[in-house]
Design a protein around this ligand. Structure first.
Ligand SMILES: NC(=O)c1ccc[n+]([C@@H]2O[C@H](COP(=O)([O-])OP(=O)(O)OC[C@H]3O[C@@H](n4cnc5c(N)ncnc54)[C@H](O)[C@@H]3O)[C@@H](O)[C@H]2O)c1
Length: 301
């Protein structure tokens, strides 16, 4: 696969937790990968994390030392979107804000290679709305990845109102090129996964706020009772409550009151407790590891 993909240019815009995972996936799968972020601190952090992932993969025997070195060579970074000129696939994965995503795609569209695909990793925004002002909205598709990208096998593809069959087929081929399984969703707020997971995370926060059970017990309930690999509060910490809140606000606006964001999420985001990425969410984290017994308690709310 690597040799086949080597001539394909992929740009990943946004070097946060998703951008670094997506860039890693493309680089190890043989694509020339450019990771772009307006914040050079973010790209620098992402390169360290990607290098760790690649070197870790080599240590585990998932790729050879040569393949690891080649993957790192395929990866480059920039602070400037204009550097994505001649890109075959651009995956926009910047902060979850409609105006930002619209601006990034509008600026990138004229720079793409002929027939290039513009994909957005939005969790819940309308891909049709993101694509609306472009010259070729038929080349825009949702490619929704999961966190952490190197472990999660699914890519949820989103067909927007204008997306054509060729673009869907190309997006499916790119997902397959990463060794991922894709499903196709007709655009609808929150798709399948974000809608389900926003609902479960919001309900878990209401239960925590009401003192129904401790954070640890709510998470254990879903892990042990339903065989979920993570509880809804642990998952919210991983996703980031800031991202989760944006998703909930959008679902509340589009799908109604059942998605009204829990006041505890609003309070946590206002307090800067966005989750694992800042070391503190429902739980505390030290060097990325959850501190036992650190879950928020109703008595302290
Ligand atoms: N976190 C998740 O679990 C998850 C899962 C699937 C999809 N998503 C979606 O992926 C996107 C990114 O989420 P994240 O969790 O990686 O966020 P994040 O906050 O970790 O990273 C966002 C990055 O975007 C960068 N950015 C902002 N404006 C930019 C611009 N104009 N150009 C380039 N970069 C810019 C920021 O500097 C930051 O590094 C969002 O749309 C989110 O909804 C997130």
């Amino acid at each position: 696969m690597s040799a086949e993909n080597n001539h394909m240019k992929v740009a990943v815009v946004g070097a946060g937790q998703m951008g670094l995972g997506i860039a890693h996936a493309f680089a190890i799968s043989g694509y020339q990968t450019l990771l772009i972020d307006i914040d050079p601190g973010q790209t620098a952090k992402a390169v360290v994390a990607i290098t760790d992932l690649i070197e870790g993969g080599a240590r585990l025997g998932k790729l050879s030392a040569e393949a690891a070195a080649a993957a790192l060579e395929r990866l480059s970074t920039s602070e400037v979107l204009a550097d994505c000129v001649g890109t075959d696939l651009l995956v926009e994965t910047a902060t979850e804000r409609l105006d930002l995503k619209v601006r990034i795609l509008a600026e990138a569209e004229p720079l793409m290679a002929p027939g290039g695909v513009l994909a957005t990793n939005t969790s819940a925004l309308s891909v049709s709305e993101i694509a609306a002002g472009l010259a070729h909205p038929e080349r825009v598709v949702g490619m929704h990845f999961f966190n952490p990208v190197h472990k999660m096998k699914l890519v949820e593809l989103v067909r927007a109102l204008a997306t054509d069959d060729e673009t869907v087929a190309k997006a499916r081929a790119y997902a397959a090129g990463l060794g991922k399984t894709s499903i196709l969703v007709s655009e609808s707020p929150g798709l399948t996964t974000s809608r389900m997971s926003a609902m479960a995370g919001n309900e878990a926060m209401y239960m925590l706020m009401e003192g129904t059970a401790s954070a640890e017990d709510i998470d254990t309930a879903l892990r042990m009772g339903f065989n979920h690999p993570m509880g809804p509060l642990e998952l919210g910490d991983l996703t980031g409550w800031d991202t989760r809140l944006s998703v909930l606000r959008y679902l509340h606006q589009t799908l109604g009151d059942k998605f009204r964001p829990c006041p505890l999420i609003i309070k946590m985001v206002a307090a800067g407790r966005a989750g694992r990425k800042v070391g503190h969410g429902v739980y505390k984290y030290e060097q990325g590891v959850k501190v036992p017994g650190s879950g928020l308690r109703a008595s302290t709310l």
